[in-house]
Design a protein around this ligand. Structure first.
Ligand code: TTP
Length: 394
């Protein structure tokens, strides 16, 4: 079965991390987010991937090329983000009369559940949630999906739409749907037409994560890093103490005096130490650098990010080529113990995390001894002065 992966979105809610890379290409453990979606599809039996690309499409093409894990990959371009039905319609030339799967390229799925979804075709994946009012909610009767209602005041079930579907081949002719109230062409309107002709099975996923906002990228890394198996292929000093599920890739360096508590990955080209303390779940991506007397905890340092001296980074996301000056300190806990909140497209939104640090866009440079408040976002290329206390976004 072909699997269409929707990866055309920019990810406006996850800005500034998506300033130079589309959200589906943000790193989760040792690969981009959308590669985990591809893995779930392939593990479930997908024989071909069709990636729908748009914003910063080349980043996706460069990663996957024309084959991924021996599975052919092709691309469909969605010029403008006009909705999920429009995204699948962009891929219609790649589809045949056979059933096809559609998966959101920014969601993590457990592969076993996706295998059950594929077996149940036509089918819609769902997750059990306590409060479904902010989701598309499945209506069901006699074990079949009878409708999906967007963000209902009175939800008909606790089954939230998880953005994974298997359509019958006919659905290729049903992709042109009317514009919705929010001005998009929605895949749920395609499902409504499938329901008219077919019995559509709801398949409840064991585990699912929609990566929309910055802290959800941290959750995604926590999920995938928890599956790590210890592997030390890089250059690790005899005087380093690596505890638990730690991966040091070939081409990475860990210097004397370093303590790493897994789960953590130090990717190829990255260096840690001397005398640094890294606590899981942490990703130190390619060519990133963690220097002397630096402590990193539960964080993601993207490609080329550098924290060289005497700094603390906790529960934070650092974009590509960020440079933290000596003594930069991230606060990740409020004195009132309230969950840390963040500005997401103009709204203050709780992360539901007691501990959360900062979200730092690519190429940001902090001056020495900068102090960063919890929940602060620094946009791409921003700078701070030496000794500055940064208590709001910039
Ligand atoms: P969203 O998360 O709704 O959109 P987004 O990824 O652009 O993020 P944001 O809302 O923060 O701007 O999209 C769900 C999935 O569908 C995601 O994998 C992107 C994909 N998508 C497309 O490929 N084309 C589209 O037109 C839309 C709306 C979404």
């Amino acid at each position: 079965m072909k699997a269409v992966l929707l990866a055309a979105g920019e990810g406006t809610r996850i800005r500034p991390l998506s300033a130079d890379v589309p959200k589906p290409m943000l790193p989760v453990a040792d690969r981009p987010l959308v590669a985990h979606t591809a893995d779930a599809a392939i593990d479930a039996g997908a024989t071909e991937l069709v990636l729908v690309v748009g914003y910063e499409a080349d980043a996706v093409r460069d990663y996957f090329g024309d084959s991924y894990r021996d599975t052919p990959v092709s691309y469909a371009v969605q010029e403008r983000q006009r909705g999920t039905a429009d995204a699948v319609a962009a891929a219609s030339d790649h589809l045949t009369d056979e059933p096809f799967a559609v998966l959101n390229g920014d969601n993590l799925y457990d592969p076993d559940s996706i295998a059950r979804l594929f077996d149940a075709a036509p089918a819609v994946a769902a997750v059990e949630v306590d409060d479904p009012r902010n989701y598309g909610v499945l209506e069901t009767a006699d074990g079949a999906v009878t409708g999906i209602v967007e963000k209902p005041e009175e939800p008909p079930s606790t089954l939230a739409n998880a953005g994974a579907y298997v359509f019958p081949g006919d659905a290729r002719d049903w992709l042109e749907v009317p514009e919705s109230d929010r001005g998009e062409y929605e895949i749920t309107d395609v499902i409504a037409r499938v329901i008219d002709t077919y019995t559509v099975t709801p398949v409840t996923l064991e585990r699912w994560l929609d990566v929309g906002r910055p802290w959800e990228l941290l959750s995604a890394n926590e999920w995938k890093l928890a599956d790590l198996e210890r592997r030390l292929d890089g250059d690790v000093s005899d005087d380093a103490d690596l505890r638990g599920a730690v991966v040091v890739e070939d081409g990475a360096t860990v210097e004397p005096g370093v303590v790493i508590e897994g789960p953590a990955i130090v990717r190829s080209g990255a260096s840690v130490g001397p005398n640094a303390y890294v606590r899981g779940a942490t990703l130190i991506d390619r060519d990133a650098s963690v220097g002397n007397a630096v402590e990193i905890k539960n964080s993601v340092l993207m490609t080329g990010a550098t924290v060289s001296h005497l700094s603390y980074v906790g529960d934070s996301l650092l974009g590509r080529n960020v440079n933290f000056g000596a003594g930069t300190t991230v606060a990740n806990l409020r004195h009132d113990d309230e969950p840390v909140s963040l500005d997401v497209k103009g709204d203050r939104v709780s992360t539901d995390r007691r501990k959360f640090g900062v979200v730092v866009g690519p190429d940001v440079k902090t001056g020495i001894n900068s102090s960063l408040y919890p929940g602060v976002k620094l946009s791409a290329g921003a700078t701070t002065l030496p000794g500055e206390v940064v208590d709001r976004d910039r």
